[in-house]
Design a binder for this molecule. Sequence first.
Ligand code: ZN
Ligand code: ZN
Length: 174
Amino acid sequence: MSGNIKLNVNALTEKRQSMEFTIPVQDIDLGSEGIILRSDVRMTVEAETGEKSLDLHGRIETEAETACFRCLKPVIRAEPIEFDVRYVKPEDFGSDEESQVGTDDLLTDILTSDEIDMAEVAREQLLLDMPTRVFCREDCRGLCEKCGADLNLIDCKCSDDEIDPRWAALKNIG
Ligand SMILES: [Zn+2]
Ligand SMILES: [Zn+2]
C-alpha cells in the first residue's frame, strides 16, 4: 500500500505547477526517530521547472508527536512547515561554477529517476524541522533523578536529604 505518492517529473508540462498530496500516516516511518504522526500529512507543492533544475516550494501540515526532553510527556508540533528543495540531474550536480545549481539557501538533491517520492520528501522535512530537544514548556522541571516523580506536578523530597554540593566541596578542603 505504501510508496505510491510520487511526483512524475515528466508530467510537469507547465513552468510552474501546483499540486497537492495527502500522505497517509503509515507511509512515513519516523518511529526510529522518536516521532509519531497523529494525522495524515497534507502537502501542497509548487513545482518550478528550470533549465537545469526542478525546484519544489512546499508546505507540510500534520501533527507530529514527540516526547519532552525533560519529562517525557508527549508534545505535539502542528505548525506548518515551509520548505524548498532543488533537484538537479546527476550530470549537472556541482559540475561547474557557472551552472546555476546549488545556491546556499536551497537544499539540493540529485534527481535519480523520473519520479520523486513525496512521502520521502515529507519524511526528510519533518526530520529537519524537529529540534533535537523538544520541551513541553520552556520551564519544564523534568523528572526527579532519584524517584522519577514529575517535578511539574509534585515536589518530591529527594533533594532535601542531599548535602548541598558547595558544602561538600568545603568539607573536602578541610
Ligand atoms: Zn516536560
Ligand atoms: Zn524524587
